[in-house]
Design a protein around this ligand. Structure first.
Ligand code: NAD
Length: 354
């Protein structure tokens, strides 16, 4: 009998890609109910009657939600994202949930967006777009820098960091990177990417552009702190397409105000869960830090869209349903985070002790 899957935070594009992959690759696996609202302690009871739930990056899967899902008979949690820091894995393990994610989907999509965001900020393309539409062809305020010859610092050389390294090399930048557990040797990084591994303080001191590509862990939370912002070159640009809480928002606002930070391009924001992926244009937005950020002429904020390409959505849907199929057939799932009574933490993430 077909399983029942409840998809939370569902948008039209989730429906399009999940329905298409279901029809093509798993026609009798499940029936899907799409909920447009996010998963939280208020909405978790609506999973009643489902065997599995599918959640996204800003859904809540804390102990209370997991216990409610368990009581309603849900057995599997399918994350249609790479992250899992929104899941209490210890409680999931304790309750015997199957939890799987999509560890990689088009790292190139995120790397390409990182460069698009950086260059939009650097060359003021977003402001030029508006100015030209009003018949104003003045260039005052649009002065940027040439990337060629600049020092580009990548923090985290996993799949996305390395995809970015390939692009940055093409720009003719000097590439430096920091990663406590890189997946390649100094020699491989030098020969294949033209880059050099350095420690974090050195990277911050030397880079004209700093781009974040490490996961969010207890060790990386607020890695961009006042102390580290002060280590950076005055006027350097900072890009974050990784996770919002890598950056201490109050500290970057101060650094932008003082001119220590030359520009900030964000696709993610530490308190994004309250706003991102939904239209709040008719409301008074209560997050003063977010609203302050969007007023800087040298800051640019996007709503967590770096992954958002047709190719990535196809991969996300295919992996999510393949994970469900593995669970349904009780076969080993390579993307399972909780497996046979112990937690499985993918390479590069901090271990979670249970
Ligand atoms: P990955 O696991 O392949 O690589 C992460 C790398 O970071 C690893 O090499 C790891 O050793 C390194 N790292 C860990 N701690 C570090 C530290 N303190 N300093 C420097 N490096 C450190 O991950 P990935 O697939 O490249 O993804 C990177 C991040 O991008 C993810 O964690 C996710 O948060 C984010 N992401 C964002 C979007 C988006 O749409 N904006 C989409 C996908 C992923």
């Amino acid at each position: 009998m077909a399983l029942k899957l409840a998809v939370f935070s569902a948008k039209s594009y989730d429906r399009t890609y999940l329905d298409a992959v279901l029809k093509d690759q798993h026609p009798s696996l499940c029936t899907i109910t799409y909920h447009p609202f996010s998963l939280s302690s208020e909405t978790a009871p609506l999973a009643h009657g489902s065997n599995a739930v599918c959640a996204f990056v800003n859904d809540t899967l804390d102990a209370a939600v997991l216990r409610t899902l368990h009581e309603t008979g849900v057995g599997a949690i399918l994350l249609r994202c790479a992250e899992f820091n929104n899941v209490d894995l210890r409680v999931a393990e304790e309750l015997g949930f199957f939890v799987a994610n999509v560890p990689s989907y088009s790292p190139e999509a995120v790397a390409e967006f990182t460069v698009a965001l950086l260059q939009t900020l650097n060359r003021n393309i977003h402001r030029a777009y508006n100015r030209v539409r009003e018949g104003n062809f003045n260039l005052e305020g649009f002065l940027g820098v040439t990337l060629h010859g600049k020092t580009f610092g990548i923090i985290g050389t996993g799949r996305i960091g390395l995809a970015l390294a390939r692009i940055v090399r093409g720009f003719g930048c000097k590439l430096i990177a920091s990663d406590p557990k890189p997946g390649l040797s100094d020699e491989e990084f030098r020969n294949e990417y033209g880059g050099e591994f350095v420690d974090l303080p050195t990277l911050l001191q030397q880079a004209d552009i700093v781009s974040l590509h490490c996961p969010l862990t207890d060790l990386t939370r607020h890695i961009i702190s006042t102390e580290n912002l002060n280590r950076m070159k005055k006027g350097a640009l900072l890009v974050n397409t990784s996770r919002g809480a890598l950056v201490d928002t109050k500290a970057v606002i101060k650094a932008l105000k003082s001119g220590q930070l030359g520009g900030l391009a964000l696709d993610v924001y530490e308190e994004e869960g309250a706003y991102f992926y939904n239209d709040h244009s008719q409301e008074i937005i209560g997050d003063d830090a977010l609203m302050r950020l969007v007023t800087f002429p040298n800051a640019l904020v996007c709503g967590h869209q770096a992954f958002f390409t047709k190719e990535a959505l196809t991969e996300i849907a295919a992996t999510t349903l393949a994970n469900l199929q593995d669970w349904a057939e009780e076969r080993p799932c390579k993307n399972s985070l909780v497996r046979e009574g112990y937690l499985v933490i993918p390479k590069g993430k901090e271990p979670v002790r249970i």
